[in-house]
Design a protein around this ligand. Structure first.
Ligand SMILES: CC(C)(COP(=O)(O)OP(=O)(O)OC[C@H]1O[C@@H](n2cnc3c(N)ncnc32)[C@H](O)[C@@H]1OP(=O)(O)O)[C@@H](O)C(=O)NCCC(=O)NCCS
Length: 465
């Protein structure tokens, strides 16, 4: 790595040396199909990059904090380090520097498929490298071989009442899976701090592997009479196995699942599910406990539950206005929603200021595969009407649709009509991003997160100085 950095230093103009070094250190592509070994090679170099960067610039002031920011949900406050993805307000998400269209183009696909395999995205998030076909296949195999659930989790899921929300079941099952945590065991055995990441990696791999089995078990228990999820096929990819476990076999639905599980994975570090996972992980709670915390956040209507809320809202709209609503009728309905003090689900974002590219790629999928679906047509019509109405309110900073405005309509088209369940799919995908980040949190030795809070009284005193 020292050689690589010396080489990089020669290539990079003096003025840019401090920034691109971070990227160069994670971009030495290897053909090795062992993800852990590839990662192990990268970690010392990145540790060195961070160490020397902090020595060089640790005291540099990069922003200011206003009192409004403290009361305003810390919007735009730069306070977290997340390596896996960065969200640009106008352009949308970039995973390790790659936009969604670039990922769709560059990441390996299933035979005959057009959408990226989420295993490839995980590889990219963990290493910074676009993997080759063999690397992705080896990840599919690794996850397939780790997919089985311990019996206490299956029994627990079977015993939950039908009226317990699927996200509560999902989160509880993930918490209970911590009986399997290799990190918790190693920590109890006194493992050296420098090796934490290795056990977090193992837990992250097990967790990603087992989530489809948990999610499919919940789906079958709630909606398919408790029928078995069936066995994992060692030759199929993660999304194909998941879709089959759920009870669907349409190849287009499998393709949708690959796209869905790729694009919902990561949205930099400050969103509720990513931040909660990172925060709880900083207490050295194991990856299962940390991820369950993230899922409890994803279950909120202002975060992941919005994809369920969108379909509920659209269904209400259809029930009240019929299937051929005019633009004016839609406008009235939207105003009624706003005047009743509710939000229009699927629109707005805390960071984005343009249409979410995750919305756009789902719209492209719909235009290709279900252009005449009545609900898709309604979603497309709503897309025209909502933004100007939200702008008219004068307070919404981003009137454009986010990822949740489109996902439900695609799922219902393929027969998955159980809206309460949708956020669970989001959760399965979110694991890829937050687990990749958690591995790096431990690899970089990030400490317990403990910001300072203040009372209004204390702030008043501070402000009067
Ligand atoms: C995502 C969301 C929580 C971001 O919140 P935010 O960062 O506070 O957004 P803004 O700064 O634009 O909010 C300013 C005001 O506009 C309102 N607003 C924002 N989006 C809105 C929407 N879709 N419908 C109605 N009002 C909205 C806010 O509630 C806030 O009102 P207030 O001042 O009366 O409290 C918000 O846009 C929202 O509630 N959207 C709908 C739910 C959703 O789709 N969530 C998924 C996000 S990926």
């Amino acid at each position: 790595m020292t050689l690589l950095r010396a080489f990089a230093a020669k290539l990079i103009p003096q003025s840019q040396k401090s920034l691109p070094a971070i990227y160069i250190s994670v971009r030495n592509v290897s053909d090795n199909t062992d993800l852990k070994a590839v990662l192990a090679q990268k970690i010392p170099a990145q540790q060195e990059v961070v160490k020397s960067f902090r020595q060089q610039a640790g005291n540099k002031v990069i922003g200011e904090i206003t009192i409004d920011m403290m009361y305003g949900g810390m919007r735009s406050m730069k306070a977290l380090v997340t390596e896996t993805s960065v969200l640009d307000a106008d352009e949308g998400i970039r995973f390790r520097g790659y936009s969604i269209p670039e990922c769709q183009k560059l990441l390996p696909k299933a035979k005959g498929g057009e959408q990226p395999l989420p295993e490839g995205l995980f590889w990219l998030l963990v290493t910074g490298d676009i993997p080759n076909d063999n690397q992705v296949k080896s990840l599919s195999k690794a996850w397939n071989s780790r997919a089985a659930l311990p019996s206490h989790v299956v029994t627990m899921l079977k015993n939950f009442p039908k009226n317990l929300h699927p996200m509560s079941q999902f989160s509880a099952a993930i918490t209970a899976l911590n009986s399997e945590s290799k990190f918790a065991r190693a920590y109890a055995d006194g493992v050296n701090k420098s090796k934490y990441w290795e056990f977090v990696y193992e837990d992250a791999m097990d967790l990603c592997a087992k989530l489809p089995s948990i999610a499919a078990t919940i789906y079958r228990n709630l909606y398919k009479g408790g029928s078995p999820i069936g066995a994992v096929d060692m030759n199929k990819d993660w999304s194909a196995n998941f879709t089959t476990m759920l009870g669907y076999d349409d190849p287009k639905f499998i393709e949708l699942m690959r796209l869905y599980l790729t694009i919902h994975s990561d949205h930099e570090g400050g969103n509720v599910s990513a931040h909660a996972t990172h925060l709880v992980g900083s207490a050295l709670s194991d990856p299962y406990l940390s991820f369950a915390a993230g899922m409890n956040g994803l279950a909120g209507p202002l975060h992941g539950l919005a994809n369920q809320e969108v379909l509920v809202w659209l269904t209400k709209l259809q029930q009240q206005l019929g299937s051929d609503a005019t633009d004016d009728q839609l406008k009235d309905f939207i105003w009624k929603t706003l005047k009743s003090g509710q939000v229009v689900p699927g629109y707005g974002h805390a960071v984005l200021r343009k249409t979410d590219p995750r919305y756009t790629c789902q719209r492209e999928f719909a235009l290709k595969h279900l252009p005449n679906d009545p609900l898709f047509k309604l979603v497309a019509q709503v897309y025209k009407i909502v933004p100007p109405v939200l702008m008219e309110t004068g307070k919404v900073k981003n009137p454009w649709p986010n990822v949740d405005a489109h996902s439900g309509v695609l799922l219902q088209y393929f027969g998955m009509k159980e809206m309460n369940y949708y956020t669970v799919l989001f959760g399965v995908s979110r694991a890829l991003g937050v687990m990749a980040s958690l591995i790096w949190d431990r690899a970089l030795g990030l400490p317990l997160e403990r910001p300072k809070s203040m009372s209004t009284e204390g702030l008043k005193k501070l402000a009067s100085k």
